[in-house]
Design a protein around this ligand. Sequence first.
Ligand code: UD1
Ligand code: PEP
Length: 421
Amino acid sequence: MDRLLVEKSGPLHGDVTISGAKNAALPILFATLLCGEPLVVNNVPRLRDINTTLALLGRMGVDANWSGDNQVTIDASSLTSHEAPYDLVKTMRASILALGPLVARGGKARVSLPGGCAIGARPVNLHIHGLELMGADIQVEGGYINATAPEGGLRGATIFLDTVSVTGTENLMAAAVLANGKTIIENAAREPEVTDLANFLNSLGAKISGAGTDRIEIEGVKALHGGSYAVLPDRIETGTFLVAAAVSGGDVTCRNTDARLLEPVIAKLQEAGAKVTFADDWIRLDMRARQLKAVSIRTAPHPGFPTDMQAQFTVLNILADGSGKVTETIFENRFMHVPELCRMGADIELEGNTAICHHTDELTGAEVMATDLRASACLVIAGMMAAGQTVVDRIYHLDRGYEAIEKKLGGLGATITRVKA
Ligand SMILES: CC(=O)N[C@H]1[C@@H](OP(=O)(O)OP(=O)(O)OC[C@H]2O[C@@H](n3ccc(=O)[nH]c3=O)[C@H](O)[C@@H]2O)O[C@H](CO)[C@@H](O)[C@@H]1O
Ligand SMILES: C=C(OP(=O)(O)O)C(=O)O
């Protein structure tokens, strides 16, 4: 298993180019199952999760391949299988996004249940319930969801989501594109990645309105046509680099990104004392000669503070002056990074779903274990601020969601080496 050796860094300086968003690219790639004509998707990040998705699409008979550094070309004109098997699904929960498109286009789907993961149980009951309201017959057996569309295909329906679910909204929105009649999703997720998926599908002839609000309407169409689309920038990768710049006292400009995607994160960075400036496609954070102050955050669905930035702000707080409370409201077990940070000398008290983070004079390098994607990123940031060397193990988590993170941080002055297993 690959590991990262992270040395203590000085202030980070320079420019870093942000990749396309993993959480937009994944639903977009699965939604290509809806379309029988050729498609090109640009600004796709080179990630383990994307390769898993291409492999899954390949198993279904889709011709899906890299055709450029960050370009994927797809031909899903003939589907030869409607199954997403456990061996691939177990490595990536987002595989559940195959369910809606498969049952909408091919009339049936057999998708392995993704199971829980380090951050929580993460059930998919809302995905299943929504498809049932659209007329699908669903049986869960032997760890698989077996779904069959009714005679004549899925029917439009009004779906109230009990809980705001990002991939739940995306799965149902995608399925509704080829359903007969109108579907309304109430209490829909408003994340920018949901809007990006809607924009992609509309560019192929879908009729979706209201994406980005909590009420999405989809008027079903008979078929989608081919086209090309560029995935939006990764707001979580951007936020991770901004936090790394802030804790190091540096001056970093993130390019190929969009500040409008990061309003809650930028607001907290400014509250923490950072100078943040931005224009259309860049964000600069300047922390030189400024004092870092702890901030309290509470995760919430968009436009609230993103849970995917929670671990990074936990590190920010332990390195800042004062104490800050980090409250996690989305996932029941998303503090696995806390014991690892404490092994590096952090002073954090866990009380239920709140981590109370106190200023720590100096972190010390240690051998730490990455438990999930954002926890891994937070351990890399902590390692750059710790005396001596930090060894981050199990970085396959990191490779799921960050494109060449050690190279990008290296370009800003960090010393991080990947050791191949
Ligand atoms: C690939 C992708 O886009 N992943 C993101 C997506 O995950 P994901 O879409 O899996 O997360 P959800 O928005 O669905 O989860 C939100 C909450 O709803 C619960 N829930 C969800 C579905 C369901 O059927 N029943 C149910 O109870 C979950 O357990 C969780 O407590 O949104 C999360 C919340 O912003 C992010 O952390 C993930 O990075
Ligand atoms: C939790 C995340 O991803 P996933 O839903 O793919 O596990 C994440 O991107 O932080």
